[in-house]
Design a protein around this ligand. Structure first.
Ligand SMILES: [Zn+2]
Length: 87
């Protein structure tokens, strides 16, 4: 079993909530914990951490909408692929 799991879909959903500005510390912790063990999500989260400051400390400036939109699009596409590749 090397394919993405349903956990991955849950994590991607969390990330997309973050991009909508709704992620709390608990969800952030779940993302971090998942990425410590998941080779599928770790590179994505690392990239998002660089580009959109995923789960960075509070108090930083809001993201430009354009950056959010791009990242959101990327996450949704992945989510879509993963859902489809299940069958
Ligand atoms: Zn994963």
């Amino acid at each position: 079993m090397s394919g993405p799991s349903s956990d991955c879909a849950a994590i991607l959903t969390n990330i997309s909530s973050y991009l909508d500005g709704e992620l709390d510390a608990t969800a952030c912790a779940a993302i971090e914990a998942h990425c410590a063990t998941c080779p599928h999500c770790a590179p994505l989260v690392q990239g998002l951490r660089r580009t959109v400051g995923l789960c960075r400390e509070a108090g930083s400036a809001p993201l430009p909408e354009e950056v959010r939109a791009r990242a959101r699009d990327r996450v949704r596409r992945l989510l879509d692929e993963r859902t489809r590749s299940d069958s």
